[in-house]
Design a protein around this ligand. Structure first.
Ligand SMILES: Cc1cc2nc3c(=O)[nH]c(=O)nc-3n(C[C@H](O)[C@H](O)[C@H](O)COP(=O)(O)OP(=O)(O)OC[C@H]3O[C@@H](n4cnc5c(N)ncnc54)[C@H](O)[C@@H]3O)c2cc1C
Length: 346
C-alpha cells in the first residue's frame, strides 16, 4: 500500500516525487514513456521559451550554455535530477485504470480515517498497485487535435514536429497558429524545405504574449524568411482536403487553391485524456484551452478525496506551475496521513 502513486514523470511528476521523498512518503511514479517524455518529444535542438528559474527544481541547478536551455539541456537536467535524487520512477509502464476501493484490507486494522476516504487500485499494463492517494500528473499531450477533413488520416499527416532533415527539398505544409507551428515552419524554412504556414489571420496578427501566439523571437526570423521568399504564408479559411501528393486549401476570402505537398504538420494543440479521472467521479469543467478537472486550488485535491491533479492539464499550463503545485500537494497529503495515523493510534 503506497501513500502516493504519481502518474506521469514530466516536471509535475518529478517535482512530486522529490517532495514525496523529502516528506518520507512511500511513493512511486509510473510513466508510460520516458522521463520527461513531453520534453523528449520537443523538436530536436529547440531552445525553450522559459527562463532557467522557471524550469529548475533548485535555484542555480540548471546551467545552459546560453541564456535559455535547449531541449537537450532541459531533458538532461530532468533525467539527472531523477537519477541523482534516486527518485522511484518506473518508465514504459502505462496506467490503464484507477479504481476506488472503499475498504482496502491494508487499511482495515489501522487507519479508520483513511478507510473512510477509501483507497485506490492502480492498474497498469505491468501489474496492480494499491495506494492511499493518487496524483495525476498526466500532461495534456494524449489527444492531438485533428483537422477532421478528408485525408487527415494519411501517413504523411503528422501531429508532432521532431526535426527538419527528412523534409529538406520537400514541400511541407504547417497548419497552426501557436508557437509550435511557428517554430516548425521556421525550422523547415531555414533548413531548405519548401514551406507554407497556413494560419488564421487573427492568430498571425495576435502578438499578446499572454495568449498562445507565436513568440516574438520566432516571429521575427519567420518574417525574415518571408522576405527572402523561403517561406510562404497562407491566410487560412479552412483546409479542404489532403491528398497523397497535394493539399486543397480555402483562403480567408473563400478562394480554393491546390498546393503540391509531401508532408503536413497539424500543430493545433492537444487535449488531456480525462477518462480515468471521470470514471473515478472527478468533476470537470470547461477551461480556457479545453476541459479541466475541478480541484481545490490550495491542495489540488479533486472532489474525490485522495485524488489530486497537477501540471499541464489543470488551469496552469507551464512548467513553473507544474513544478510548484506539488509543493502544496505533498504537505497536504503528508498532513492528512499523519492525521490518519493519529486517529488510528487513539
Ligand atoms: C514544443 C514545446 C515547447 C514548450 N516549451 C515550453 C517552455 O519553454 N516553457 C514552459 O513552461 N512550457 C513549455 N511547453 C509546455 C510544457 O512542455 C508543459 O507545460 C510541461 O511539460 C508540463 O509538465 P507536466 O508534468 O504537467 O506534463 P508532461 O510534461 O506532459 O508530463 C506528463 C507525463 O505523463 C505521462 N502519462 C500520461 N498518461 C499516462 C498514463 N496513463 N500512464 C503513465 N504515464 C502517463 C506522459 O507520458 C508524460 O510524460 C512546451 C511544450 C511544447 C510542446
Amino acid at each position: 500500500m503506497y501513500d502516493l502513486i504519481i502518474i506521469g514523470a514530466g516536471p509535475a511528476g518529478i517535482s512530486a516525487a522529490f517532495e514525496a521523498k523529502q516528506a518520507g512518503l512511500d511513493y512511486v511514479v509510473i510513466e508510460k514513456g520516458l522521463i520527461g517524455n513531453t520534453i523528449y518529444n520537443y523538436p530536436v535542438g529547440l531552445t525553450v521559451f522559459s527562463t532557467v528559474n522557471e524550469l529548475e527544481f533548485g535555484e542555480g541547478d540548471l546551467k545552459p550554455a546560453r541564456e535559455k536551455p535547449t531541449r537537450e539541456e532541459l531533458l538532461s537536467y530532468y533525467v539527472r535530477f531523477v537519477l541523482e535524487n534516486e527518485l522511484d520512477v518506473r518508465t514504459e509502464e502505462t496506467v490503464l485504470e484507477v479504481r476506488r476501493e472503499e475498504n482496502h484490507p491494508a487499511d482495515e486494522a489501522s487507519a479508520p480515517l483513511l478507510r473512510k476516504e477509501g483507497s485506490f487500485c492502480v492498474v497498469t499494463d505491468k501489474g496492480d498497485y494499491a495506494a492511499r492517494n493518487v496524483l495525476f500528473a498526466i500532461g495534456a499531450m494524449d489527444h492531438p487535435r485533428r483537422l477532421g477533413v478528408p485525408g487527415d488520416d494519411l501517413s504523411k499527416v503528422r501531429d508532432l514536429f521532431r526535426e527538419t532533415y527528412p523534409w529538406v527539398k520537400k514541400k511541407a505544409l504547417v497548419v497552426g497558429g501557436g508557437n509550435s507551428a511557428g517554430e516548425a515552419a521556421l525550422f523547415l524554412a531555414q533548413e531548405g524545405a519548401e514551406t507554407t504556414l497556413a494560419i488564421f489571420r487573427d492568430d498571425w496578427e495576435n502578438t499578446d504574449p499572454k495568449q498562445g501566439c507565436i513568440k516574438y523571437w520566432v516571429r521575427q526570423p519567420l518574417e525574415e524568411e518571408l522576405k527572402q521568399h523561403c517561406l510562404s504564408l497562407f491566410f487560412l479559411g479552412k483546409v479542404v482536403e489532403i491528398r497523397e501528393s497535394e493539399v486543397e486549401l480555402e483562403s480567408e476570402s473563400g478562394e480554393r487553391v491546390v498546393l503540391e505537398n509531401d508532408v503536413v504538420f497539424v500543430l493545433i494543440g492537444s487535449d488531456a485524456d480525462l477518462t480515468m479521472l471521470r470514471s473515478l467521479g472527478v468533476e470537470t469543467e470547461r477551461g480556457k484551452y479545453g476541459d479541466v478537472p475541478v480541484y481545490d486550488p490550495k491542495t489540488h485535491e479533486t472532489n474525490v478525496p485522495g485524488i489530486y491533479v497537477a501540471g499541464h492539464f489543470t488551469n496552469k499550463r507551464h512548467i513553473k506551475a507544474a513544478i510548484d503545485a506539488p509543493r502544496k500537494i505533498i504537505p497536504a497529503i503528508a498532513a492528512k496521513l499523519r492525521e490518519g495515523q493519529k486517529a488510528a493510534g487513539s
